[in-house]
Design a protein around this ligand. Sequence first.
Ligand code: F6P
Length: 328
Amino acid sequence: MPKTIKKIGVLTSGGDSPGMNAAIRSVVRTCAYHQVECVGIYRGYQGLIEGEFQPMNARSVKDIINKGGTILKSARSKDFMTPEGRKRAFDNLVAQNIDALVTIGGDGTFTGAIVFNQEYDFPVMGIPGTIDNDIFGTTHTLGFDTALNTVVDAIDKIRDTASSHNRLFFIEVMGRDVGHIALNTGIAGGAEEILIPEEDLGLDRLVESLNKSRKSGKSSSIVIVAEGDKIGKNIFQLKDYVDENMEGYDVRVSVLGHMQRGGSPSCFDRVLASRMGVKAVESLLEGKTNYMVGLLNSVMELTPLEKAIKGKSKINLELLRVSDIMST
Ligand code: F6P
């Protein structure tokens, strides 16, 4: 018989993403609804180790559903990777009478939660919060949709200057080792080519494709490059290669960087965060542990944390084909 859960801790860890605040709000308010105490833990696992706890009630999370970043702050904790660090974290949780943890973050966050659960049999529930969408067991991670909209907005603006000057722009987007942001924003932003780690286009084919589009009458072009792409060594070397191997294009590079992680969450991310928070808390109260909540076929589902990080979040091949056809 699992221990009755009377107090839940919530933390955000790893790279922040829009919607994390909405998820914190949902966790806190679902706890209040079920008359369970809730404690916010600052700076992710690092704050857990250093004892940065803050009791939270329904009113502590007012006016945050629309805010980017995370009010609980975030960190990538090296100390939590050590047994000594995790022991301190466990002792702090026991001292605070916390019975379970909701961890909001990406694969690093979940890896930490799994190890901690194995060592101390401590109930944990994950909420996938990362703009990269690289987690198995959910079609959307928190922040992915907002990041897509931010990137598309940036591409639209770059397109204005690209077409005014007849330029070729290479735009680098985030996504660590996966191409979800690149593929979706490339299609939505009308890119000529989209370079993602999952598909090796090759430099020659890239130049061939750009030449073909020039000949077909295009005077400017946009190429979206996922930061994890392997085609060129980096986006600036890619520009140099195209400069050397193509006539007539004025080439520019734009690296969008961390602006992709900021900003007010989209409606989709706010609703998703609210649903995920409810599911996470209620699953813990039902005695479930070591799962991640996710959106599958429009329904909230649980996936074992281990599977969430080890399973592959696959690129949609149909999108690849659509992008090929659209760049005709
Ligand atoms: O995982 C989110 C992410 O923004 C990735 O897209 C990117 O590769 C990485 O984090 C950047 O991390 P940092 O903010 O630590 O430089």
